[in-house]
Design a binder for this molecule. Structure first.
Ligand code: PHE
Length: 355
């Protein structure tokens, strides 16, 4: 009985293929589909209806043969439908839908976003977590808790935008308030970086913009000292810029770190080609360091004990370091972009160069 069924199925398959080949229009195709697959009257349905008559031992084999037939028909029909549909859409012109599509221009991350992600990844590899903070910040976190009391001259250097009707809010002038937020909510050990936008009341020029991007770093634990800061920044700069760069720490001042240091790297365009023992002697015509041999890249220091105290952390037990880096600045240095404004003009001829 099963052999007979298989023979009949084969016969039905052949006449289906034959009919499919002679199809001229979508209507004919729909009619063929109906004849094959309609529940009761369809060819497949009729085979299925005969399953009842099979012996239990033969039933699975018979069912399998019918199902294979059904799948064959369904695949052939859907391929034909696709081809006919596509031909109809092109007004009768032949079209092969299996051909690869023509290439579309692909977008990419903006340079700033790209650099931000590279920095995030490097610090994640050093075990840092990423914490994002709000751009509209409490004045208390942006200044006061960071050891910049009201009337302190350091507030003038970071003139910012206030929000009408909200005396206690500012557009944050740096990403440092995220240090405060994080320390208030977490107990040490802490190890975070916090990238994001910052705002200052600056007129736009080649190196200033009222809105820019920074990455803050903060590490607090027992027994943290300045050499941890140096080692961390050295590891970062060597993987981000060039394995040959040297770092220079210059005394600096930030109210929320003590001691504070401005950090320069040896110019990787010209100095690194010399002996590592003589970094800082740049080539006079170097377009990146202008001959000085050094490039200023960030501010840093040991977290001020008062800041730890303001955030509920005992400075007798814990110490930490922090740093803040301008993303535009490192992007400009790394790619030799001479004017910050170029990064915001969204000229694809420029931005497309950094892929
Ligand atoms: N917030 C400082 C700035 O914007 C940078 C900084 C961050 C300095 C952390 C020290 C520690 O200039």
């Amino acid at each position: 009985m099963i052999d007979e069924l298989k023979k009949e199925i084969e016969g039905a398959r052949q006449s289906f293929v034959h009919e499919l080949e002679s199809i001229q229009s979508p209507e004919q195709l729909a009619a063929l589909k109906e004849r094959c697959l309609s529940r009761k009257k369809g060819v497949v349905g009729q085979f299925l209806a005969r399953l009842k008559g099979f012996l239990p031992a033969e039933k699975p084999l018979a069912g399998q043969a019918i199902n294979q037939f059904k799948e064959f028909i369904e695949t052939a029909l859907s391929e034909a439908e696709l081809a006919h549909g596509a031909t109809a859409a092109t007004g009768g012109e032949w079209l092969d839908p299996s051909l690869p599509a023509s290439e579309l221009p692909l977008g990419r991350l903006h340079l700033i976003a790209d650099i931000q992600r590279q920095i995030e990844e490097l610090f994640q590899n050093l075990g840092y977590e990423i914490a994002y903070g709000p751009e509209v910040e409490l004045e208390d976190y942006n200044f006061t808790k960071l050891n910049i009391p009201e009337h302190h001259p350091a507030r003038d250097e970071q003139d910012t935008f206030f929000l009408e009707g909200f005396d206690d809010l500012v557009l944050r002038t740096h990403t440092s308030p995220m240090q405060v937020r994080y320390m208030l909510e977490h107990k040490p050990p802490l190890k975070i970086i916090s990238p994001g936008k910052a705002f200052r009341k600056d007129d736009p020029d080649a190196t200033h913009s009222p809105c820019f991007h920074q990455v803050e770093g903060l590490l607090v634990d027992r027994g943290i000292h300045f050499s941890h800061l140096k080692g961390t920044l050295e590891a970062f700069c060597r993987s981000f810029f060039d394995p040959g760069v040297s770092l220079r720490f210059r005394p600096g001042y930030f109210p929320f770190t003590e001691p504070s240091a401005e950090v320069d790297i040896s110019c990787f365009m010209c100095s690194s080609q010399r002996a590592a023992s003589t970094p800082g002697r740049g080539k006079p015509d170097c377009r990146v360091c202008k001959g000085s041999g050094w490039l200023e890249i960030l501010g840093s220091g040991m977290v001020h004990p008062q800041v730890l105290r303001n955030c509920g952390i005992d400075p007798e037990v814990y110490s930490g370091f922090a740093f803040g880096m301008g993303i535009e600045r490192v992007a400009m240095i790394k790619f030799g972009v001479p004017d910050l404004r170029l990064l915001y003009e969204n000229d694809l001829r420029l931005l497309g160069q950094f892929g």
